[in-house]
Design a protein around this ligand. Structure first.
Ligand code: PPS
Length: 293
């Protein structure tokens, strides 16, 4: 398998690579079911965490299934179309479980219309942009299906300019935030809140889903979604992915799982310049983030 890091190009106003656009005709035509649950995020905002949490809520009583299938099969990535693997759409269409849990990184305007027509529930997870950028940088270093990251300084510039796969962080988080104001079927969660009090956020999630967990199940879910558990669990740590694709020796897929790790990566001047740019770009929204907790 010859892996070539892809180039970014403009796809309907959003920076993308062919691995997420080659199957877009089928993504657009995708037929959602009313009980499908969409997990939407900007890359590296806590998608795997939320995917595993939802999988645990719905299917966690059945440990056999959980032990045998990695989370990226249990919660397929809708728009992916990469060499040697089934497309996300094919994986979803082969699913027999109900509800189907589906992952996407698409900005709100590119989500297939059947999700809206079917009034599906959507969980959006957002993460503060400094930690999000750091996590994305280390991911692009280890993932050969992502564009060449370059050094941190140049990566951060590209992040600010929105030259990242799935486009700019800013319109992504703002677009979903605005849509949520008029669509009660969207639950908008923050990585920082999940980290601060996972139990509280699990409660909000269950309320939104109309699911009631026994005390025992709640404890089971909390144990399963802890960072260390997920890091040690071969079904969530991506250890089954070909190391020529995800090279975990460069950086582990579940890397640090922290809030404010950006302090170990940003220089003081990078942080100040980032904050200035952030203030400018976030002027037109009520959405706010915590850079530390
Ligand atoms: S992806 O590739 O876009 O699906 O990545 P995604 O899952 O969205 O984000 C990966 C980051 O989320 C962290 N993570 C967690 N943090 C805390 N607790 C748990 N359980 C957890 N699971 C995943 C993961 O470590 C990545 O963040 P960084 O900062 O790189 O460690």
């Amino acid at each position: 398998m010859e892996l070539v890091r892809p180039e970014l190009f403009d796809f309907r106003g959003v920076a993308m690579t062919n691995y997420f656009t080659d199957n877009f005709d089928n993504v657009e035509k995708f037929s959602a079911k009313p009980d499908d649950i969409l997990i939407a995020t900007y890359p590296k905002a806590g998608t795997t965490w939320m995917s595993h949490m939802l999988d645990q809520i719905y299917f966690g009583e059945n440990p056999e299934t959980l032990a045998s299938e990695p989370v990226f099969h249990r919660v397929p990535f809708m728009e992916i179309c990469a060499p040697g693997i089934m497309t996300g759409v094919e994986l979803i269409e082969n699913m027999t479980s109900s509800p189907r849990l589906i992952k996407t990184h698409l900005p709100v305007q590119l989500v297939p219309k059947s999700f809206w027509e079917q009034n599906c529930r959507v969980i959006y997870v957002a993460r503060n942009p400094k930690d999000n950028a750091v996590s994305y940088y280390h991911f692009d270093r280890m993932n050969k299906l992502q564009p060449e990251p370059g050094n941190w300084e140049s990566f951060l510039e590209r992040f600010k300019q929105g030259q990242m796969v799935f486009g700019s962080w800013y319109p992504h988080v703002k677009g979903w935030w605005e849509r949520k104001q008029t669509n009660p079927r969207i639950l908008y969660l923050f990585y920082e809140d999940l980290k601060e009090d996972t139990d509280r956020e699990l409660g909000r999630l269950c309320e939104f889903l109309g699911v009631s967990l026994s005390e025992e199940s709640r404890q089971r879910v909390l144990r399963a979604v802890g960072f260390q558990s997920m890091r040690e669990n071969n079904m969530t740590n991506s250890s089954s992915v070909d190391p020529r694709v995800l090279d975990q020796k460069i950086s582990p897929f579940l890397r640090k799982g922290m809030v404010a790790d950006w302090k170990n990566q940003f220089s003081v001047s990078q942080s100040e310049e980032f904050d200035e740019d952030y203030q400018r770009k976030m002027k037109d929204t009520t959405l706010t983030f915590r850079m530390e907790i």
